[in-house]
Design a protein around this ligand. Sequence first.
Ligand code: HGY
Ligand code: MN
Ligand code: MN
Length: 409
Amino acid sequence: MNDLQQRMETHIGRLSEFTATPGNGTTRLTYSKEDLQARLYIKEKMQEYGLQVREDGIGNIFGRLEGTLTGAPSVLIGSHFDSVPNGGSYDGPAGVVAGLEVAALFKENNLTPKYPLEVIALVEEEGARFEGGLMGSRGITGVLNEEDFKNLTDKDGIKTIEAMAEIGLDSSLPKKRDPKTMKAYLELHIEQGPILEGKGIPIGLVKAIVGLVQLEVTVEGKAGHAGTMPMEHRSDALVAAAKMIARLPELALNEGEGSVITTGRLNVFPNGSNVIPNKVVFTVDLRSGKEEHILSMIENVKELVDSYNDSGIKTSVAHQLYMAPKAMDSDIISLLKEKCSELDVPYCSLNSGAGHDAMVFSDVTAAAMLFIPSRDGVSHCPEEWSDSKDIATAVQILFEAAKALTEAE
Ligand code: HGY
Ligand code: MN
Ligand code: MN
């Protein structure tokens, strides 16, 4: 195992220690104690690698290697460092540590770029604490405005800015960043699917990222005693919600072309075993490679939910996130292909079924992604694993691409 691969193992190993569920995957919610531990580790490495470290008003971390061109836009390399509940060690951190090691290679080779290089570690990509997801990147690009950011609360009603203050972050700092300060955004991420492993190819170049929508459905009924309320008089919110959820998969299958629908979170109120539920709130995550399918599925979900309204059941659907499908930058894809060939690394092109911060940055700058294989194609679970050898290979490719991008006009 070479030094770079060893450093990858160390970084991933250390970051995976910062979890609220040791022994049962990575649970690192934004602005939690575990976030703070990971944040300190990332900032320590940024300083060690000679970068100027700062955090913005959302808590995103930037490590900057100044360029010789004053006021020139930066080449950003990184990913997110939050996780889903009981997730894996690589989803997000693989991209953050790759960015760190690209900066380390600039330092080791005494390279001062023309255009600045910035390593970026983003918060709340998963949306596991504050609704919607892609929060850190949406805040930087202004898609999430200051007002909406400040009003976001977690399931306990704690606001973003309160949670930030808990770990010593300053939410009064700037959030939205002028697009003119960004030249490109590069992200290494695990594939989270079976394609690369199936092909035995270490590097995937992402052509496009599927569109994704997060809806929140609220179903209201009437609470009552589980023993004394006759069945025919009930307005059971959970029974109505269960019927809706059971019919969602058919909407994706009818849409076709790889469209998917998932209900990942469901809360029952008042959640007593002998109480007829009077309210249920559940999420609907829907995705497709074509926007027409996304729009059609939104309409069909709303129609389905609406059809359960009656004298006792009332429903509503809230939009939490809307991201249209996004193509990655063709010029940077060509550059990455060239660097893979120069380094004699096999690669293939593929689309991403997962959402990523790169899809947000693609609205304001040239964005591109590299994938590495996921063992057994699994992710968002403790079994998630990728080979540090592949991360090291990706770092070499990103290093060559970053050198070109920080020199080119
Ligand atoms: O949900 C996603 O696609 C990403 O993992 N946040
Ligand atoms: Mn991710
Ligand atoms: Mn994820």
